[in-house]
Design a binder for this molecule. Structure first.
Ligand SMILES: Nc1ncnc2c1ncn2[C@@H]1O[C@H](COP(=O)(O)OP(=O)(O)OP(=O)(O)O)[C@@H](O)[C@H]1O
Length: 309
């Protein structure tokens, strides 16, 4: 088995390349772990996709470690998708690292323990696809995608964490448009609303620097968790925000504001191209269609308490 460590030196607050390289060298050389390894450092946007694709195309068994945040993970997923010979291990050194949060409160430490990760088994998980782009975590549209778009600006400021940047961006976007015109068709059923605050199509549970949008989402069930907030007042959004962050918005008392269902396919209809946020990265798409590929990716999952898999 080949072990490939793809490091994004710009992920998180500081460059972790030296630290990761030192740990990897120690594990493979001093502790004589079996297999060959290689460290690849990305040079720019989408480089991780190209590097991952290169190894995936070899058709040899390979374990790719995504050393970065959710953006790097998404880029690697798009490079390895459909390649059975590849296993993917997230090493969460980004700012938000929302994807691994679905695996419970111990997840961050467990995925950062490279020695354990190298030996951990693979589990098959679902992937979402929207107009040819793949998502391992969450796809969202409406107010949410504007928030993600603006968050990038705030998160690079000193002393602003991924979670804080998201909160600041929420308030910024809150002052601009909160009414988004689009219609949704879920598994062939046209939903009644024509305006939404936002819509979330989830595989994982968390996004936006730790908002637990889809607390019931299971990455192996072959289903999209669809969480919808039709157009509501600013006051209602404010009232809901902390509830939404904690993942308590699917409780009965919020049913008038929050709509939730599980489905296999979501068609979005809008007059123009709309901003679609795919694992935190924005793409402008015309009538995006979201589908699920059941257990389509081999994910390395370390031993965890409170895990969902
Ligand atoms: N060498 C590089 N120079 C500049 N940008 C890079 C480089 N390598 C990767 N990138 C870009 O960095 C962006 C951010 O990466 P990533 O999302 O992994 O980190 P993050 O933003 O700190 O974490 P999170 O998304 O979890 O908050 C990605 O869009 C990726 O394309």
């Amino acid at each position: 088995m080949k072990h490939i460590f793809i490091i994004n030196p710009t992920a998180g607050k500081s460059d972790q390349t030296k630290h990761i390289a030192a740990m990897v060298n120690k594990i493979f050389i001093e502790e004589a772990v079996e297999g060959t390894y290689r460290i690849e450092v990305t040079k720019g946007v989408h480089d991780a996709t190209d590097i991952a694709r290169h190894y995936a195309m070899s058709n040899e068994p390979v374990r790719i470690y995504s050393c970065g945040g959710d953006g790097t993970l998404n880029e690697i997923v798009n490079g390895i998708v459909h390649h059975e010979n590849v296993e993917l291990a997230p090493v969460p050194i980004g700012s938000g690292n929302d994807f691994v949060k679905s695996f419970g409160s111990q997840a961050m430490d467990a995925f950062l323990n490279l020695k354990e990760l190298i030996k951990a088994p693979a589990r098959k998980i679902d992937l979402l696809e929207v107009n040819g782009h793949f998502s391992i975590n969450v796809i969202n549209i409406g107010l949410d995608s504007s928030i993600a778009q603006n968050m990038v600006r705030f998160k690079r400021l000193p002393f602003i964490s991924g979670a804080k940047a998201y909160d600041i961006s929420v308030f910024y976007c809150f002052l601009t448009s909160i009414k988004n015109h689009f219609e949704l068709i879920a598994d062939g059923i046209r939903l009644p609303h024509k305006n939404y605050t936002f819509a979330v199509m989830a595989n994982g549970q968390y996004y936006g620097g730790s908002y637990r949008a889809a607390p019931c989402s299971d990455m192996q069930d072959g289903l999209i968790d669809l969480v919808l907030i039709p157009s509501v007042s600013r006051l209602k959004i404010l009232q809901l925000m902390n509830v939404y962050k904690r993942g308590e918005h699917l409780q009965k008392q919020y049913q008038k504001i929050v709509h939730y269902r599980q489905c296999h396919e979501v068609q979005v209809e809008a007059e123009h191209e709309i901003n679609v946020c795919i694992d935190g990265e924005i793409k402008q798409l015309k009538n995006p269609k979201i589908i699920v590929h059941q257990q389509h990716l081999k994910l390395i999952v370390p031993s965890l308490e409170n895990k969902t898999l």
